[in-house]
Design a protein around this ligand. Structure first.
Ligand code: NDP
Length: 249
């Protein structure tokens, strides 16, 4: 059933991986969907064309989440073009590895600019448009199980960025509750994408730490996002939800 018919969504980093699965799922549930990418226009245009060919509405926009002016302009433009904005999914993220002695501060700054500052900026821009025609709004960020369990060296900066989302989500939920906007954090474990392929060199080690010894399919993460984006999740807010095959258990 198309529970999101008449609604509009904005997904950052929606051209590949988890973001693309979220774009497809929200479109299938009836939403008009705008999404961003940074460098690869081809998969973004192909995804938008696929959705439009199936009778949906999709907009692919180039905007680097590290660039506050670009992300704000993309959100304002999408809200104007689609006539409204009800759902924001902060999915864009980077994972730059490095042991503490070798991390370049530029890499630390870029990680925080995309994974944390970009989430705040996108939320600030998106909520200005939410709540037209009733108190409904959804802000969903893709965090990581690594905010709770980080069993390897080399992930301190990434772990810091995803732990920041836990606190940000709680505070934003308090700010936005009075307007009927919920704010939640979806924390995956290993998911089969270009960032973390199921046949990559670390896959077997990861599976050994889990209750279920496999990567998730991006569509499984999109299923939890669809629930949080939809009308049934109205009492869920300020929450960080694990979807990690027991990685943190
Ligand atoms: P991918 O690297 O496979 O895909 C990233 C997507 O985001 C692409 O569409 C890319 O576009 C876009 N993107 C990258 N940088 C930016 C940016 N600065 N601004 C806007 N868009 C950008 O990543 P995943 O799908 O694996 O990860 C998505 C999210 O899920 C991230 O936040 C990640 O930390 C999180 N996550 C992933 C896990 C995993 O195992 N895969 C586990 C837990 C969390 P382009 O093609 O232009 O580069």
């Amino acid at each position: 059933t198309r529970v999101l018919a008449g609604k509009a969504a904005f997904v950052t980093g929606g051209s590949r991986g988890i973001g693309a699965a979220i774009v497809r799922r929200l479109a299938r549930d009836g939403a008009a969907v705008a999404f961003t990418y940074t460098s690869n226009a081809a998969p973004a245009q192909a995804l938008a064309a696929e959705i439009e060919a199936a009778g949906g509405r999709a907009l692919a926009l180039r905007a680097d989440s590290a660039d506050a002016a670009a992300i704000t302009a993309a959100i304002d433009g999408a809200a104007r073009e689609l006539g409204r904005l009800d759902i924001l999914v902060n999915n864009a993220g980077v994972a730059i590895m490095g042991e503490v002695g070798s991390v370049a501060l530029d890499d630390l700054d870029r990680t925080l600019a995309i994974n944390v500052r970009g989430v705040f900026v996108a939320t600030q821009a998106a909520v200005r448009h939410m709540g037209q025609g009733g108190a409904y709004g959804r802000v969903i960020t893709i965090g990581s199980t690594n905010s709770e369990r980080l069993p390897w060296a080399g992930f301190s900066v990434y772990g810091m960025s995803k732990a920041a989302i836990v606190g940000l989500t709680k505070g934003l939920a308090r700010d936005l509750g009075p307007r009927g906007i919920t704010v939640n954090n979806v924390q995956p474990g290993p998911v089969n994408t270009d960032m973390n392929p199921a046949d990559g060199p670390m896959a077997k080690d990861m599976h050994g730490l889990m209750a279920l010894d496999r990567h998730a399919d991006p569509a499984e993460i999109a299923g939890m996002v669809a629930y949080l984006a939809g009308p049934e999740s109205g009492m869920v807010t300020g929450a960080s939800l694990l979807i990690d095959g027991g990685f943190a258990a």
